[in-house]
Design a protein around this ligand. Sequence first.
Ligand SMILES: Nc1nc2c(c(=O)[nH]1)N[C@H]1C(S)=C(S)[C@@H](COP(=O)(O)OP(=O)(O)OC[C@H]3O[C@@H](n4cnc5c(=O)[nH]c(N)nc54)[C@H](O)[C@@H]3O)O[C@H]1N2
Ligand SMILES: Nc1nc2c(c(=O)[nH]1)N[C@H]1C(S)=C(S)[C@@H](COP(=O)(O)OP(=O)(O)OC[C@H]3O[C@@H](n4cnc5c(=O)[nH]c(N)nc54)[C@H](O)[C@@H]3O)O[C@H]1N2
Ligand code: SF4
Ligand SMILES: [Mo]
Length: 747
Amino acid sequence: MGPPGANPVGRCGLALTARWRYPRRVTTVRLHHRTCNLCEAMCGLLIEHDGERVLSIAGDPDDALSRGHLCAKAFALRDVAADPDRLRRPLRRLSDGSYAEVGWDEALDEAAERLRGIQARHGRDAVAIYQGNPSVHNLGTMLFAPQLVRALRTRNRFSATSVDQLPHHFAAYLLFGHQLLLPVPDVDRTDHLLILGANPLVSNGSLMSAPGMRTRLRALQARGGRVVVVDPRRSETAEVADAHHFIRPGSDALLLAALCREVLASPGPRLRHLAAAIDGLDALRDALSAFTPADVAGPTGIAADVIAAMAREFVAAERAVCYARLGVCTAPHGGVALWLVAVLNLLTGNLDRIGGAMFTSPAVDVVARSSRGGYARWHSRVRRAPEFGGELPVSVLTEEISTPGEGQVRALITSAGNPVLSTPAGHRLGQALKQLEFMVSIDIYRNETTRHAHLILPPRTGLEVPHYDLAFHALAVRNTARFADRLFAGDPNGRDDWEIYAGLLRRLDAGGGGAFTRLNALASRTLSPTRQLDLALRSGPYGNLGGRALRRDGLSVAALRRQVHGVDLGPLRAEQLPARLATAGQRIELAAAPILADLAALQGELAAAESDHGEGFDMRLIGRRGLSDCNSWLHNAKTLAKGRDRCVLLIHPEDAARRGFVDGDEAVLRSAVGTVQVPVRLSSEVMAGVVSLPHGFGHGHIGTALSVANARPGVSINDLTDPGAVDTLTGNAVFSGVPVAVSRPDR
Ligand SMILES: Nc1nc2c(c(=O)[nH]1)N[C@H]1C(S)=C(S)[C@@H](COP(=O)(O)OP(=O)(O)OC[C@H]3O[C@@H](n4cnc5c(=O)[nH]c(N)nc54)[C@H](O)[C@@H]3O)O[C@H]1N2
Ligand SMILES: Nc1nc2c(c(=O)[nH]1)N[C@H]1C(S)=C(S)[C@@H](COP(=O)(O)OP(=O)(O)OC[C@H]3O[C@@H](n4cnc5c(=O)[nH]c(N)nc54)[C@H](O)[C@@H]3O)O[C@H]1N2
Ligand code: SF4
Ligand SMILES: [Mo]
């Protein structure tokens, strides 16, 4: 097992264990070790089971990263495995709206034939694909879905990236030359953590796999460090921070521009080992000169002296790091904001340095193995939104389906996604899906999105598949590696995700017809994910084929099978740049044209007064995550469907009083694209003028089979969010500060 090393988290062990009662005659109880795949935290789990019966789930105190941490969602792994609503066989939707089970071969044949036919008649772009969030938590999907995407050769590729972290990839691509070279905050060694628009105490960290954040933040404070949170809501993380500043939603780019300006003005940048690699510093200084703390104070709602002090403190800290996440990404200038976050770390000498923003050294080097990315090489048909990394922003999907003309989307594949609940104006997307000639969903539930599919192909999932976190080991605050075989296979006639992909690929190829190519070596389609992982581990930096000599103690799947608690590969390592830069000449350009253009636009907006869009939209809506939610899809887990209603609108008492609301009243929430009705909860957690609603709710639709979720449906925040509002640089959706009106139902 991994030695405890210098990992300061210690045995945090949220003392959470769920144990279910079974008859006493149980004799074949065994212990299974695995990583939870539900969020990015990668908690190590100990699962007691008797065959397919899961008896208990607890955190693994010997996991080098999680040290015993887990959250209540881990127990949902059992619920999902046993859920009677889970689909086990392919389903075909019949013309009367009912469903019939079909065999796997028949379903895969039909899907391939329909997709091929539509591409043959209408061109490649007529087939679109949307990949949702659980794709990145699934080894098989990570390895096989990209092959299907490539084989389709469509420009209409979409994913949850553009309602999430696209600005991070964009900043990494522009600054470091690779969309996946993402710096991670070294929370365990920093002295000063500035958090903008993230709530890791609830989300358990994102693009920062750091299970047990409460313990880690406490350790930071105990060593004399400070945590500062900027958020329009006094979040659970803000609650434990040393300072919290409310910010007007959507204005972080202005704050960050001012912080960078302050750093450049005095004492000036501290570039350390990167000094010789940097270009464009003077041009950046000029571009930022207009963003004085006094100028941005009004629009951000943060006083000028507070901003100046925030910059001073950040500079003064021996080791500091700025970390921004969803609330900042999903904003009008999310692209430039995330770029400025990296630049703030860079200018203060905290990039690629211990206690700052650091690069990981995972056992499978996903950076080396994936494409650098690309930007604006083509644009969407209707709105001319730029491509990034081969994808278009999902905010354009509805218009690409509903606008006639050459290149119109006529068929859609969804895989592990629920865009009707998770993307802007999802209700309109739901309407558009009805126009499709063909839709196939690879998904485990018949939900708000997949109910529109002609075919649903349900894979095994969770405990039923082997697991290794290709993505999140590369984004963790410590280098570790952990593999688990499947605990049980579930349905013996079932398929893993990758087998569904491989089945489709085989059939699409076999059809020939010129519309598809054999881009990929046969081997990569036929080797199982575990075999592919084994090769990647063995040829990776810690592998037994790595380096010059054959290392007997090197990593492989077999080695990880023996190390049931995972392997500790040590803390993050400093000074990886400039060697790892993938930019031209290994330079870091601070005056990139798209950035300077967006900063100029931002400066223009500084001068303009804010409008309420002429429709009385005088409030700003933000999102929220709850500990027991997992975007839209764990609401059918019995264990989590407890307690008081989570889908409520938080409203400041002053705003409530003005409208005559008391706790529990129903409010009508209206935006430019839709209206919902939802109960309010009065709370001074949110700043005045701001209301907060969680995303992922809005169940209860006809045609869905979600008996637990549908009993507590809630409403979808994405019936209010506007696909027309995107970050112009990246196309990422805007969820931070949606203009809304809040009123009583009788008005
Ligand atoms: N307004 C607003 N909207 C948001 C957000 C927000 O904060 N506010 N957050 C955004 C973010 S960060 C994200 S990541 C997206 C998520 O957006 P999506 O990924 O589109 O939505 P999920 O709710 O994660 O849906 C996951 C789907 O995968 C299925 N599934 C689960 N496990 C598996 C599996 O192993 N295999 C397969 N094939 N399917 C599986 C589930 O049944 C479900 O249908 O939502 C975004 N939308
Ligand atoms: N329990 C739970 N955990 C999850 C998920 C879940 O659904 N439930 N989803 C997972 C996924 S897919 C992701 S991507 C991660 C996301 O993880 P985080 O990035 O931590 O996301 P959130 O918890 O949504 O926190 C976003 C914060 O931004 C604030 N905010 C909103 N608008 C603004 C703004 O304009 N400026 C600033 N500064 N702040 C703003 C919100 O109030 C909120 O506190 O969480 C993951 N973990
Ligand atoms: S924090 Fe994330 S990884 Fe850990 S148990 Fe909860 S859902 Fe699973
Ligand atoms: Mo996400």
